[in-house]
Design a protein around this ligand. Structure first.
Ligand SMILES: O=C(O)CCC(=O)C(=O)O
Length: 260
């Protein structure tokens, strides 16, 4: 696995300055990111290198991938979210497999449960981003899912872009108990970029969950966000062969609607 020189990079689209943060400043980088996006928590070393590799090996050995959508391969556990027909959930017969249980429990207990909000994890989607053309468009996770979204990263480091939105109504104030539908939100133009480290955990609550959209862009956009030295920044070397890029993510959520 390639080692990153810089764990993350933040870019505010309202300035032309690109701020690159090195590993030695990891704590202050995380603090700055978490202060900028309310409800976002980032745990760069949630899994050890061995735990990450074991998990990826298990996923690869099971090889249960589905090619339902064009942008990437997916695999869903617990409930199936219908990407092709604008959402909708179907309960799956099979329970979430045991190999994921220890990780789920750790997430639910994170900081004594203050990070993962009730109810328990009941849906997991695995996404595989491989080569140059894979992506997930910017989105806010369906409101069929509960207040917390947790994303584990495995494989290669990967750029995630977060796009801020605010209520269109200038008098509307957002609070955690009142979810504003996406059609009543507008983009502010502010974007934050983060290179997700393998073994990391990104947790989205509050504004990070309901007001900021997140996106995994195609690799052709990495240069736009990270600058000319994007390969060195993300992968530690200009020699990195982007065709061999592979990242697998596990997104954990709870279903909060009645599913027939
Ligand atoms: O792969 C990721 O990090 C993001 C996944 C995601 O946003 C989703 O599955 O809805």
């Amino acid at each position: 696995m390639l080692k990153m020189q810089s764990s993350m990079q933040l870019q505010n689209s309202s300035t032309t300055t690109t701020t690159v943060m090195g590993l030695e400043n990891i704590e202050s980088e995380i603090k700055s990111l978490e202060e900028s996006i309310e409800g976002l928590r980032y745990f760069p070393d949630f899994l050890s290198e061995k735990q990450s590799l074991d998990l990826l090996n298990e996923i690869d050995e099971r090889n249960e991938w589905e090619s339902e959508i064009n942008s990437r391969r997916t695999l869903q556990y617990g409930y199936h979210f219908n990407y092709l027909h604008g959402g909708g959930l179907r309960k799956l017969q099979e329970e979430i497999p045991n190999y994921l249980k220890p990780v789920m429990e750790r997430i639910e207990q994170l900081e004594d449960g203050s990070c993962w909000h009730y109810p328990q994890i009941s849906q997991i989607i695995l996404n595989e981003y491989k080569g140059l053309e894979t992506y997930i468009s910017k989105h806010i996770d369906s409101l069929d899912f509960g207040p917390t979204v947790a994303i584990i990263s495995l494989g290669d480091p990967c750029l995630i872009v977060l796009h801020e939105r605010t209520p269109k109504d200038p008098n509307a104030t957002w609070n955690a108990n009142e979810i504003i539908p996406i059609q009543n939100l507008q983009a502010t133009g502010k974007k934050m970029c983060l290179v997700l480290k393998p073994g990391s955990l990104l947790v989205l609550n509050g504004k990070a969950r309901y007001l900021w959209q997140h996106e995994i862009p195609k690799q052709c956009l990495w240069k736009k966000y990270l600058g000319e030295s994007w390969k060195t920044l993300a992968f530690g070397s200009e020699d990195f062969d982007e065709n061999k890029f592979r990242r697998v993510s596990l997104t954990m959520r709870s279903v909060v609607v009645q599913v027939p």
